[in-house]
Design a protein around this ligand. Structure first.
Ligand code: HEC
Length: 291
C-alpha cells in the first residue's frame, strides 16, 4: 500500500471540520479562522482522525487478505517485490516516521508476533499499542493534570467566573450606554423610570436639592405640595420633567438643567411622582387643578 494515500481521507476532513464551526460570514471565516485556537484544535483532531481512519482501513485490508488466502499469497508476493523496492525508495524521513507512528509491522514479520496459544484455529498477534494512540492518550493525561492544577488549584477562571466577568462587562456597557443616551432625554421623550436604583438616585437628588421648598416628605412649603392630586403645571412625567428642567423663575422654582444631568432630572421627576398619594406630616393646601 502506498503511504501517500493517507492524505486522501485526510483532505476532506481537514476542509470540513473547521467549516462546521464557522457558520459566520465568508469574510470572517477567512480572516478570523487562523487566529482562533479552536481552528488549530480542529486541525489536530482532523489529523488524528485521518490517521485513525488510515490505520483501521489498513487493519481491515489485512483481515480481508487473511480471509482470502489465494489473494493473500498473490498480495504477499507483490508486497515482497514492493517491499524490496520500497526499502530503498521509501526510506525518507516521513516514511520512517510514519512506520514508527502507526506502529505497524510488515506482514513478513507476522510470525515473530504470533503468541503460542490457539483456540479453534484462532491465534493472536502480540502487537503493541500504536504509538499515535498511546501518545495521544499520554497527551490527554498531561492535559488533565495541567487543567486540574491551573483551574482547580491555582484559581484559573472557571466557567462561572467567566460568566460573572462577562455579566459585569455587560452591566458596564449598559451603564455607559445610558450615560451616552442620558443627554438625549428631554421633556418630549422622557419616560417614568421604575428601576429601584434609579428611583433611589432620584430620592437622593430630591433630599439634596428640593426639601428646602417642598419638604422632605413632599408636603410642600415655599413650593407646592407634591403628594396631592392638585398640580399647577400638570402631572405627567413630561410636565414634571419640564418644570424641574426650566423652573418657574418668577414664582421661585429653580431651573435645574444646568445643575442636574438629563437622567438625574428623569430620576428625580419619577421619584416625585411616587410621592403622589403618600401622607406628609404638614400638607400644604392644594394649588392648581385636580388631576
Ligand atoms: C427655592 C425653592 C424651590 C426649590 C429648591 C425647588 N422648588 Fe420646585 N417649586 C417651587 C415653587 C415655588 C413652585 C411653584 C411654581 C409655580 O407656582 O408655578 C415649584 C414647583 C415645582 C413643581 C410643579 C408642581 C405643580 O404643582 O405643578 C415640581 C414638580 C417641583 N417644583 C419639583 C421640584 C424638584 C424635583 C426640586 C428639586 C430638584 C425642586 N422642585 C426644588 C420651589 C422650589
Amino acid at each position: 500500500m502506498n503511504d501517500k494515500s493517507i492524505f486522501k481521507p485526510l483532505l476532506p476532513v481537514l476542509i470540513l471540520a473547521p467549516a462546521a464551526t464557522y457558520a459566520s460570514t465568508p469574510a470572517e471565516f477567512f480572516y478570523g479562522i487562523f487566529s482562533d485556537a479552536y481552528f488549530w484544535l480542529f486541525v489536530l483532531v482532523a489529523v488524528l482522525l485521518g490517521l485513525a481512519y488510515y490505520s483501521v482501513k489498513r487493519a481491515f485490508d489485512e483481515i480481508a487478505l487473511h480471509m482470502r488466502p489465494d489473494l493473500a499469497k498473490k498480495a504477499e508476493a507483490e508486497e515482497a517485490v514492493a517491499d524490496e523496492a520500497a526499502t530503498e525508495e521509501s526510506d525518507d524521513s516521513f516514511s520512517r516516521w510514519y512506520r514508527w507512528f502507526s506502529g505497524l509491522k510488515p506482514m513478513s514479520k507476522e510470525k515473530d508476533l504470533q503468541l503460542d496459544h490457539e483456540y479453534d484455529g484462532i491465534t493472536e498477534l502480540d502487537n503493541s499499542l500504536p504509538p499515535w494512540w498511546l501518545y495521544g492518550f499520554y497527551v490527554t493525561i498531561g492535559f488533565a493534570v495541567v487543567y486540574l492544577v491551573y483551574f482547580h488549584m491555582l484559581g484559573g477562571p472557571l466557567s462561572s467566573d467567566e460568566y460573572r466577568a462577562e455579566m459585569e462587562r455587560a452591566e458596564a456597557d449598559v451603564a455607559a450606554y445610558f450615560e451616552r443616551m442620558g443627554g438625549m432625554v428631554d421633556e418630549t421623550n422622557v419616560t417614568i423610570v421604575e428601576d429601584d436604583k434609579r428611583l433611589a438616585n432620584g430620592a437622593k437628588i430630591y433630599q439634596a436639592n428640593c426639601v428646602a421648598c417642598h419638604a422632605a416628605d413632599g408636603g410642600g412649603g415655599v413650593g407646592p405640595n407634591l403628594t396631592d392630586e392638585y398640580w399647577i403645571h400638570g402631572n405627567t412625567i413630561n410636565d414634571v420633567f419640564k418644570v424641574i428642567k426650566y423652573g418657574v423663575i418668577e414664582k421661585g422654582m429653580t431651573p435645574w438643567r444646568n445643575q442636574l444631568s438629563a437622567t438625574d432630572m428623569q430620576d428625580v421627576a419619577s421619584y416625585v411622582l411616587t410621592l403622589v398619594g403618600t401622607e406628609p406630616a404638614n400638607p400644604k393646601e392644594p394649588q392648581g387643578e385636580k388631576m
